[in-house]
Design a protein around this ligand. Structure first.
Ligand code: LMR
Length: 344
């Protein structure tokens, strides 16, 4: 018999009932029987530092699962590309890891180009707009599309908005000309840099610091928490607050792993993750502000705020990237996203 499990789009049971189910199951089988249930190992790999929204979310998830699973479900965390780097989705397919939270930019190359809509420059003005998309029907539809690539999408997490770093201030489109800029493997991000006259260089996150130090690349785009925790301030003396693009994540697992869990364990993991994601999303803005405050105090680093006219010039220059996405990936999706953004 096929195993039934809750879908991310239409959770089969309201959360209160799921808790009741969990409690009833524990009562029915009793402690010793649950203790006799097979142990579960859940390896959660990610590429950033623990002191970031993703790192903190993963820590909260681990704590909740350990506390509620009585030690039988073991969550091993591997931050900072310790286990897998940008090859993490391949590792998930091969069963070498059970859970990931790749940035949304990385799903395009994994066969789900619709996710690159989140990379479009100046599409979102703030995180409230992003959430109208990720926490609504459009977000649910996108998570469902991951099934095409043998992934089960479990939820979205914010980091924040990206700023541009380099050895000079980047105030106008002309300032980008000729720069080699590290980008994630996303066609939209590549197009974005080309539109500014820069050369995009795709590199794994874990190699970015070395590439900046050795001069393989001249510039990078990161949200403040990643820029700070990767120690990039020591290498890039100018951080221009362009706020030009969003960086967020989707938590995914492999359907094979998900279906291997008992119904009770699935509810436990799903609930713990929902709480951990809510925690991470609450933290995202605070960590962003804290990182910026620390960066403002960092000797040798200069922060440059853009005026409205400068930002508008950049936005106008990047507009063809948005139109190109509409033509190549989906005008319908773009319209749905824009509608969701405007619906608040
Ligand atoms: C990147 O490669 O820049 C991001 O995916 C890193 C992250 O926050 O996961």
């Amino acid at each position: 018999m096929p195993v039934e499990y809750p879908s991310p789009s239409t959770p089969s049971l309201p959360r209160v009932r799921r808790r009741a189910l969990l409690g009833a199951a524990c009562a029915l089988v009793g402690g010793p029987a649950l203790a006799g249930a097979p142990p579960v190992l859940l390896r959660f790999s990610h590429v950033v530092a623990p002191d970031t929204p993703k790192g903190q979310m993963a820590l909260r998830f681990q704590a909740l699962v350990h506390q509620r699973g009585g030690g039988r479900i073991r969550v091993e965390l591997y931050p900072d590309s310790q286990l897998w780097g940008d090859d993490e989705m391949e590792a998930l397919r091969l069963g070498a890891v059970e859970m990931l939270a790749p940035s949304l930019s990385k799903f395009g190359m994994a066969g789900v180009p619709e996710f690159e809509v989140f990379d479009l420059p100046y599409l979102f003005a703030d995180l409230a707009q992003v959430r109208r998309v990720t926490q609504g029907a459009v977000g649910r539809g996108l998570l469902e599309r991951l099934a095409r690539q043998q992934m089960r999408g479990l939820g979205f997490l914010d980091n924040g908005f990206k700023q541009m770093s380099a050895r000079r201030a980047l105030r106008t489109p002309a300032d980008y000309r000729g720069l080699r800029v590290r980008v994630q493997a996303s066609r939209v991000l590549g197009e974005q840099m080309r539109a500014l006259g820069a050369q995009p260089v795709v590199l794994p996150f874990g190699e970015t610091q070395r590439a900046l130090a050795s001069g393989v690349v001249d510039a990078a785009e990161n949200p403040p928490s990643n820029f700070l925790t990767q120690g990039l301030a020591a290498l890039q003396p100018h951080l221009t607050l362009t706020q030009h693009g969003y960086l967020g994540y989707a938590v995914v697992t492999h359907p094979r792993f998900w279906e291997s869990l008992s119904r009770v364990d699935r509810v436990l993991v799903d609930d713990a993750l929902a709480e951990a994601l809510a925690h991470g999303n609450r933290l995202a803005e605070a960590l962003d502000r804290q990182a910026l405050a620390t960066l403002r105090q960092t000797p040798g680093l200069r922060l440059h705020a853009l005026g409205a006219a400068e930002r508008e010039a950049l936005r106008r220059h990047l507009r063809p990237v948005v139109d190109g996405f509409g033509r190549s990936v989906g005008a319908g999706l773009l319209r749905d996203v824009q509608r969701a953004i405007g619906s608040g």
